[in-house]
Design a protein around this ligand. Sequence first.
Ligand SMILES: *Cc1c(COP(=O)(O)O)cnc(C)c1O
Length: 401
Amino acid sequence: MQHELPIYLDNNATTRCDDAVVQAMLPYFTQYFGNAASNSHAFGWSAAEAVKIAREQVAALIGAEPQEIVFTSGATESINLALKGAFEMYATKGNHIITVATEHKAVLDTCAHIERLGGQVTYLPVDNYGLIDLQQLEQAITGNTILIAVMYGNNETGVIQPIKEISAIAHQHNVLFFCDATQAVGKIPVSVMADGIDIMSFSAHKIYGPKGVGALYIRRRNPRVRLAAQIDGGGHERGFRSGTLNVPGIVGFGKACVICSDRLLQDAETLSTMRNRLENELLQLPGVYLNGHPHQRLPNVTNLAFEGIEGNTLLGNLNKEIALSGGSACTSASMEPSHVLQAMGVNEGLAHNSLRFSLGRHNTNEQIDYTISTVAKAVRYLRDGPKACNDVKRNKTIKHS
Ligand SMILES: *Cc1c(COP(=O)(O)O)cnc(C)c1O
């Protein structure tokens, strides 16, 4: 059987729902359609029971208590609640937030909003690998600092920041630590206890769950974190986030978390093996470079620069066969090179030449073989023209099993 085209290698933008997730959700659209806040009848009770179970499942994946989980519409909303909610709640303590130049736009744009409200934000630089300097972090803390916001794994490069060290520094200085773990949860072991995280955002659709549902972990003890609600009305989610709960979405999120915890190590092993093969083969082409840290990173992603070839041109050449993105999905519509690569000191030319390959549970070895040969062919074609390409046989044949 020939595999379907295009091959999906954009799993950091979103993932296909696991079939078992869809199955778990379906009854909650029809048979159990109740409002989880309706406590006077069975329709509400069954919805509330399903939410309760899902909350336990989501909490279990990150080593939290169920009462520490607030359901939202996704990581973007969770990030807004964390940052704006802390800024508002801790106004009497200070107005200073420390974050990093390579954060997701949801963090950076929210920080810009907070600056317009009178907040002070420090944007830490990163080194060529995308890592922050812990000494610089510590030096940036002032008496006015209320929050340190550093992501777990980067969406564009997969680079993993030294989370335990960051949380230790935050707590020595009595500052809260917020972590956007949207790309790390479900891919590598994340534990809010072991990692010392006080507030943490993540999202269902990045881990084979549905779009439009996410969570914010809010620590209840040592320290008890308080946040000002950003969506008022009805007092759902212990007042942190009002609005009728997305019961089917939450059920799917719970199921996705259970599957991730069952498969975490196995998936990480399979994905990193495939990713490394893809990366090693492509790095053998002349003028191809890795963006990011070679080891300290998520198992499923590689970000490569193809010298002399516009990322958009390469994307256009490939996109009938391979679905991937240049930089991050959010910046790929604009002509600005990725802010992440720029912050890492990748020169503007190479930043424009970069593509992100992000693998997922549904990718196969055959798809990776096909990707290697298709990208290699496109690179040769774009560098040397059609004639050069005709002389070169594909270096791998695709098995049709
Ligand atoms: C996808 C992503 C987000 C936004 O998540 P949504 O659920 O789509 O709002 C935030 N941060 C990171 C690191 C992401 O990868």
